[in-house]
Design a protein around this ligand. Structure first.
Ligand code: HEM
Length: 760
């Protein structure tokens, strides 16, 4: 059904006349002919509408009036109708009628209702008012933390029966498949901030189990800044933009953050992680996840086992360099979003293994630190984790707002068989998340939203409230009742808290067992490879250089001296601090703990190039055989190959064929790729040597220690940037026979020896 405009119909507004007109108009559409030459509609180019198709609307009489000056307008493949003011109208075919939210078909969505053509406007225009009203209310409060996030659907597959540890239904059957939704996020920035901020990444998983939702609301870092939830608002206020000036956005490099940190020694372990490359991951697919706190598994006999949850990415760990991160944020602020989207849409489903570190009270008593202290981890070398299942993300949301934005994670969502420890940060979170969802989603009925609703049967007597969508039927809305109707409590299957026996005076007191603030910070720093240590030093120097108050820098150097004196001296030297301060006053002296290789990214990197991206710079005149060989070799490994050319239309190969390009050089700097190849002839290279984007492409790729393949013809471009073709093992001349050698070189993350000559 459509609302046709017809100048001849200006005197045909009676329903009878319109009914006569309608069949003629539909015929014209089918034939794509309009005898008047004014209303041509191409049925193959229907309006692109995301609204639900109200297919049930019956064909209605054609109504409306044609403006005297209406006429056909064409733009390439689109045939539209031009209105009196020159505006274009895309009109409906039978099934795609635009309606108001009340279902009333809309005649004209380009012009508001006015007196005459030039106004004033009339408030009688219910379509206009409804449209603006809804638009004005489109935003809901963004999350107070973790505002910027991106999510996907998938499933969790249980490896084995764990009934000896937990009665949680999800762990009873090997091969059990449980739907999940995962939301990755940054913490400090607002919704529109960029992806490569130096920040901890949220790693929140909602498992829709057969016995209710289980939310494992974790991070990509296994420890946290603070030990008690009462400090969370202070910590978040300090890292967020400063309240008077409202900057910096999505950055910890400012006085307020470091002021708070320098006065909070418990944060030192987390600071080592945040200053490491963990805080600038290559993509969500290459990072670990951690439940952080100690939780409990509880079996059918109420026996409890302590547990820490870990997610291990199948692709291995990988991060970018800080200099790259800064440039990626400009070139593609959605770098992590695009990466997840592209991987899933192309069928390369990311996968993580869930592992558990399991321990009992005896282990907890003998461990060097308090297992309730969220600023401490248990090294995997001391307590090897048990793999218990795998998670695969295989579907992007249909609608970002409905799913990724409206999902409500809550640490207190645990099924029977999973329980909490007394970690004071976890206890505070269990209060905070329910509270924040009410504020953000605006109704206690946020569990009615499809993304938050359990996928198992559920039944309760909660009722009414804003936007109630699951409404109980019948007379009974309380219990106990004598109507013989449930739902009723089930002592056998219901969630029971593990029967601990807390004792002690009521008081505000931090346990002395939380007082070691430096030992694990030192262990983390010393477990890094020299390159990673250098990155930590560079990050600390950069961040502290942004603090205007010199005293903050001094205080931080004093803390660093407790962690590693050589590191502290290097940071001090780079900051221009002449005399070293006294080490910070430690509540407990730092211990030298055994090194933990599991803490290093470089020691746990990818085994191959799968899931990574090769950028191939081409120009006119190149040989296609070499390109095809590279594509075949890298794609067989599971890698993505993208072509960059001086023009997005592509490049013309020596054999005259057109090579389509994914990107124009100006929009595809090498920071967007894991490795690069330069397939250029001498003329092309000489031409590109005069182009700033092309020069940046090669100089950045080299400076970021990327493996670079190149044809002999590419030499002028390399030389223009002072790069020797034989500079190191990461420079691979391509001769048409050695794509495999190039791939093997790319499997290692980077050519790190280059950092000896270049500052990253
Ligand atoms: C180990 C420490 C913590 C971790 C791992 C953590 C993790 C997360 C994650 C992943 C999210 C984003 C959830 C999503 O994607 O929707 C989140 C949101 C949030 N967290 Fe935490 N958090 C921690 C500590 C805390 C504490 C101590 C509090 C408060 C006492 C808190 C309050 C919040 C709030 C209010 C939100 C926003 C929730 C929303 O609006 O959906 N978090 N947290």
């Amino acid at each position: 059904m459509a609302y046709e405009r017809d100048s001849d119909a200006s005197n045909t507004e009676s329903p009878e006349n319109l009914r006569q007109v309608a069949p003629r108009v539909i015929d014209q559409r089918q034939q794509q002919i309009d005898p008047a030459g004014r209303h041509r509609i191409d049925p193959d180019h229907r309006p692109d509408t995301n609204t639900k198709q109200p297919g049930s609307i019956p064909p209605a009489p054609e109504v409306g009036r044609l403006t005297p000056t209406s006429q056909e307008a064409r733009v390439h493949d689109q045939t539209l109708t031009r209105g009196a003011g020159g505006e274009w109208h895309q009109t409906a075919t039978d099934q795609d009628v635009l309606t108001t939210a009340q279902g009333t078909p809309v005649a004209d969505d380009q012009n508001s209702l006015k007196v005459g053509a030039r106004g004033p406007a009339l408030i009688e225009d219910f379509h206009f008012r409804e449209k603006l009203f809804h638009f004005d209310h489109e935003r809901i409060p963004e999350r107070v933390v973790h505002a910027r996030g991106y999510g996907a659907h998938g499933y969790f597959e249980t490896y084995q029966n764990l009934s000896h540890l937990t009665r949680a239904d999800i762990f009873q059957r090997s091969g059990e498949i449980t739907p999940v939704f995962v939301r990755f996020s940054t913490v400090a920035g607002s919704k529109g901030s960029f992806d490569l901020a130096r920040d901890v990444r949220g790693f929140a998983v909602k498992f829709y189990t057969r016995e209710g939702n289980w939310d494992l609301v974790g991070n990509n870092i296994p420890v946290f800044f603070i030990q008690d939830a009462i400090k969370f608002p202070d910590m978040v206020h300090a890292v967020k933009p400063e309240p008077d000036r409202a900057f910096p956005q999505a950055q910890s490099a400012h006085d307020n953050f470091w002021d708070f940190i320098s006065l909070t020694p418990e944060s030192m372990h987390m600071i080592m992680w945040i200053m490491s490359d963990r805080a600038i991951p290559r993509s969500f697919r290459f990072m670990e996840g951690f439940g952080v706190h100690t939780f409990r598994l509880v079996d059918a006999e109420d026996r409890s086992t302590f547990v820490k949850f870990l997610w291990k990415p199948k692709l291995g760990l990988q991060s970018v360099l800080w200099n790259e991160a800064v440039k990626i944020n400009g070139a593609d602020p959605d770098f992590h979003r695009r990466d997840l989207w592209s991987a899933i849409q192309s069928g390369n489903f990311p996968e993580w293994e869930l592992q558990m570190q399991l321990f009992d009270q005896d282990f907890a008593d003998s461990f060097d630190f308090d297992v309730l202290d969220p600023t401490k981890l248990i090294p995997e070398e001391i307590l090897p984790p048990l793999p218990v299942g795998r998670m695969v993300l295989d579907r992007m949301p249909d609608n970002f707002f409905a799913e990724t934005e409206q999902i409500a994670f809550m640490t207190q969502n645990v099924p029977p068989g999973i329980d909490f420890s007394d970690d004071p940060l976890l206890q505070g979170r269990n209060f905070s998340y329910l509270d924040t969802q009410l504020k953000r989603l605006g109704s206690p009925n946020f569990t009615h939203l499809p993304i938050n609703a359990p996928k198992c049967p559920f039944a309760h007597f909660q009722q009414d409230g804003h936007m109630a969508m699951h409404n109980p039927r019948g007379r009974v809305n309380y219990q106990p009742n004598s109507w013989g109707r449930g739902p009723r409590e089930d002592p056998r299957r219901g969630h029971r808290s593990h029967a601990t026996e807390p004792t002690g005076p009521k008081q505000r007191l931090r346990p002395e067992s939380f007082a070691d603030h430096y030992s694990q910070a030192r262990q983390f720093y010393r477990s890094q490879t020299p390159i990673e240590q250098r990155h930590i030093i560079d990050a600390l120097t950069f961040e502290l250089s942004k603090c205007e108050m010199p005293m903050i820098r001094i205080r931080m150097v004093a803390h660093l001296m407790q962690i590693d004196r050589a590191m502290a001296e290097m940071v001090a030297e780079k900051l221009g601090i002449d005399s070293m301060p006294h080490p910070a006053d430690a509540a407990l002296p730092a211990q030298d703990l055994p090194l933990s290789p599991a803490l290093s990214i470089l020691a746990n990197g990818p085994m191959n190039f799968a899931g990574r991206k090769l950028g191939v710079l081409v120009c006119d005149g190149i040989e296609t055989a070499l390109l095809h060989d590279l594509q075949a070799t890298f794609q067989a490994e599971g890698a993505v190959v993208e072509i960059i050319a001086p023009k997005v239309g592509g490049a013309r190969a020596a054999d005259g064929t057109m090579i389509p390009a994914h990107h124009m050089i100006d929009g595809a700097p090498s920071v967007l790729f894991d490795a690069v190849a330069l397939l250029l002839d001498a003329d092309g290279a000489a031409m590109l040597a005069k182009s700033l984007p092309a020069r940046d492409f090669v100089s950045d790729a080299f400076a970021h220690c990327k493996i670079m393949g190149f044809t002999p013809g590419a030499t002028p471009l390399l030389v223009s940037q002072g790069i020797q073709t034989g500079a190191d093992d990461g420079m691979i001349p391509l001769d048409g026979t050695n794509a495999g050698d190039f791939l093997r070189a790319c499997r290692k993350l980077r050519q790190w020896t280059r950092t000896l000559v270049i500052k990253s």
